[in-house]
Write a protein that binds this ligand. Structure first.
Ligand code: 5RP
Length: 222
């Protein structure tokens, strides 16, 4: 199976997972990225059966609207029953690195407002220890150099993702060679740096369910 076929399989499995709980007033939280895009395709089949969605990025909002799915502001939607999103890396505790698509801040906010976070990923995303994937950190533009220096002190090799502006008007620093042996602690530590908006460690709010696409089928991990 190709990676895209695995992504499609987990997107279908996610819809199966939530389908029985959906009703005409349901508002579903939808993530960002190629795996989430497959989920949007699945959701589009149900568009008459749900009220709408909350998007974790402008790109996702645009894609949802293109399928005729109403997009709600999170403040109006309130607490969501479920959020479905991909990941760049995920460990056995369902802690993740996210933000490869620069949507980490909105993803973390929507995840924080959701009762259930279903992570959908192909098997390449499963790791023992987080950190091979460069950790994204969203920063206010004026703080880029300061945050970079502080990240070096924490042991990272930070690189500015040039020519990328987030949906919030900020910049991304990718941290290479970062040892994430204590994701919970590091998530808080990085957030304490002045000028950091958000970092891509999802340990304080990990996923609740992982649907992992493997050639032998979709594995469900909790
Ligand atoms: C975007 C994300 C995505 O969930 C992550 O990058 C995975 O993307 P893909 O499904 O394309 O592999 O965090 O900010």
């Amino acid at each position: 199976m190709t990676q895209n076929q695995l992504k499609q399989a987990v997107a279908q499995a996610a819809l199966e997972e939530i389908r029985d709980d959906l009703h005409k007033d349901s508002i579903v939280g939808v993530g960002t990225g190629s795996t989430a895009n497959f989920f949007i395709e699945e959701l589009a089949r149900l568009k008459m059966d749900i009220d709408g969605a909350v998007a974790s990025s402008e790109a996702t909002a645009e894609r949802l609207r293109a399928h005729g799915i109403p997009v709600y502001d999170l403040n109006a939607a309130g607490i969501l029953d479920v959020y479905v999103d991909g990941a760049d890396e995920i460990n056995a505790r369902l802690q993740m690195i996210k933000g490869g698509g620069a949507a980490l801040t909105r993803e973390k906010i929507v995840a924080a407002c959701s009762n259930k976070f279903i992570c959908i990923a192909d098997e390449s995303k499963q790791v023992e220890v987080l950190g091979d994937f460069p950790l994204p950190v969203e920063v206010l533009p004026m703080a880029r150099s300061h945050v970079g220096r502080e990240l070096v002190k924490l042991g990272a090799d930070p690189q500015w993702r040039e020519n990328v502006k987030t949906d919030n008007g900020n910049w991304i620093i990718d941290c290479y060679n970062f040892l994430l042996d204590d994701p919970l602690k590091l998530e808080t530590r990085i957030n304490d740096i002045a000028g950091v908006v958000c970092n891509g460690i999802f340990a304080q709010r990990p996923a609740d369910v992982l649907l992992l696409g493997c050639p032998e089928g979709v594995k469900r991990l909790i």
